[in-house]
Design a binder for this molecule. Sequence first.
Ligand code: NAD
Ligand code: UFG
Length: 331
Amino acid sequence: MSVLVTGGTGYIGSHTCVDFIEKGKEVIILDNLSNSKEEVVGFIEQITGIRPKFYNIDLLDREGVKRVFDENDIDTVIHFAGLKAVGESVAKPIEYYHNNITGTLNLIFEMRDHDCFKLVFSSSATVYGKPETVPIKEDFPLSTTNPYGTTKLYIERILTDLCVADDRFSVVLLRYFNPIGAHDSALIGDNPNGIPNNLMPYVTRVAKGTLPHLNVFGNDYDTCDGTGVRDFIHVLDLAAGHYAALKALEKSGVSIYNLGTGNGYSVLQLIDAFERVNNIKIPYQITDRRPGDIAECYADASKAERELGWKAVHTLDEMCASAWKFESSIK
Ligand code: NAD
Ligand code: UFG
């Protein structure tokens, strides 16, 4: 039996493929390469010694998705594929709803038609909106502030309704906090197209000299130093969280887990750590707050530890070192 990884050539998907292959799983990747490159399949092979089967297929192409299920014996799907840029989702809501929601509907139709009932879905801490307190627990109220977040929340509801209607399904909703860092080989990592929206890829490009300085979005939040606080989690820990989540697929219905470290670090603390670990100065300017940002967001990750036996183990220093090693290796 194989595991289908949608979005498997992307940032988190590629690290998860490596983790699964190293733990003995047979992995099949489906990706339309809208935000990744096919060479990643070769990098996964270089790291693990095994080349996963790869389909360049769009989830919106239902016939294509059907073919993947027809040609393989898939019993579990890890579903990463989706568009994820918050700002772009405000400008292109229809594209985001269509890609993320229709893509997921096509996937679950084909899963059902092929007797495949186990699904792990990439959700996000964005579904907690503006939380009233931190750390955030899985049962906190849900809301969203942009179409990207709304696609995550709607998909969570669709998958929950599916499990109510059909008890053959088991679904795990993983709410990620802020993944950063890269594989030790520096072959795979976070390499967004254009100017990065997220903090770490922006920092690494400033370190490389591709961008002149970092803009720190506000230093007047009610936090330790006034800058935003986030739960940065090493992508290797996040990948391992997917493997741990397979345990929760043994029972039917929906299970929900936060995947974070449980620790918050501010933007300035992250810059400090990056400078110290890599011995590189990151010039920055304080600018206005970014619309939609919240002061503090970090997880209570104790449910995943209690029920899945999973806990993030990598430090912020390791995240900063591996992120820079990856960026500096990109030609
Ligand atoms: P990514 O863009 O690197 O990977 C997503 C992959 O999905 C890409 O390779 C892209 O080509 C593919 N894809 C997109 N639409 C597709 C479609 N219609 N058909 C087939 N393939 C398609 O992003 P990532 O950072 O690896 O994120 C993976 C998942 O985790 C996404 O669903 C994202 O929303 C979610 N997530 C990411 C973060 C983060 O900070 N990176 C945080 C929370 C949740
Ligand atoms: N920041 C800067 N300058 C930048 C980029 C970011 O100061 O150039 C700050 C932000 O203001 C925020 C922190 O760095 O305080 C983290 O910002 P990111 O854009 O890296 O991450 P977010 O927490 O805003 O959001 C990310 C993903 C979302 C996901 C969420 C989950 O972009 O899709 O994590 O927690 F939902």
